[in-house]
Write a protein that binds this ligand. Sequence first.
Ligand code: GDD
Length: 312
Amino acid sequence: MKKILVTGATGFVGKHLIELLLTKEDIMIWGTTHSSSPNKDMQVSWETLDLLNTNQVREMINKVKPDVIFHLAGQSNVRKSWEQKDDTFQINVIGTIHLLDAVKEFCPEAIVLTVGSSEEYGFVKQENMPINETSVCNPMNPYGISKLSVALLSKQYYQSCGLNCIHVRPFNHIGPGQSLGFVTTDFAKQIVSIELELQENKLKVGNLEAHRDFTDVRDIVCAYWLLSQKGKSGEIYNVSVGKGIKISTIVKELAKRSNKEIQIIQDSKKFRPIDVPFYIGDCSKIERDCGWIPKISLSKTLDDIMNDWRQR
Ligand code: GDD
């Protein structure tokens, strides 16, 4: 029986990963949560964990001694990272240090998947798209810098302590269950509120000019699982579809899924100090090493997001 630990297991990606892990055989699952209450019916051992509390982290890792760790816990909101730089760095960077130190002490053979972001690449010229893992990193927001630090830590613990760290750089991931503060949820929630006449017919949006490479979260967690099985220690892997979709297309596609005529209004409060204009990821490395390919179409993902908000 392999012991699998998921940090941040009650978050958006964590919930989907746990669902996937529950379909696998011969594994025991531990999930950590900071503040949310997990669904206790599941076949998961739950631990409350504050990654900033070194003793708690050491005790938990010593108790579980996992074979595989999916380190999902962190501050994942780019916009928030401008207002909460301190918290973003504390949880993303210092939290990861505490975890890797505990792994080094109690289970140095464990495979540790650290989760970064395409935001580590930051500004890349359009002619250099799609972005592969060797592209120069030039992060343009505190979140991207914090995740690049995680990538460097992952590499450093691999090189200097021999830990089996694999660093993953997912591009935008979306799907049912995502919290507000991300583009598809911010739009879908408002559209559903307009349908229910809880909000006047004005869909407030930010920058519609940016392009993002969207993957369904259910494909993302399959990628994480395959990486834990077939990924190479010390390596970085992009996870993306390889298509740049303009945010104006996303808003139109979501609005089309409603029977209301939606009025789109740009709101200056929704703009960021700086927004990376273009992301397209090259995912050929994970395809080559792990056989991962995304399966869920953007159209299905957007349908599922709308249905999710209609049921909330
Ligand atoms: N959130 C949000 N809300 N974004 C909007 C809105 C809005 O109302 N209107 C336009 N946008 C634009 C943003 O300016 C950005 O260009 C794009 O939509 C996507 O924004 P987000 O969904 O907030 O995602 P992100 O690209 O900043 O970051 C996400 O992807 C990263 C990987 O590339 C997050 O999921 C990160 O955690 C992830 O690492």
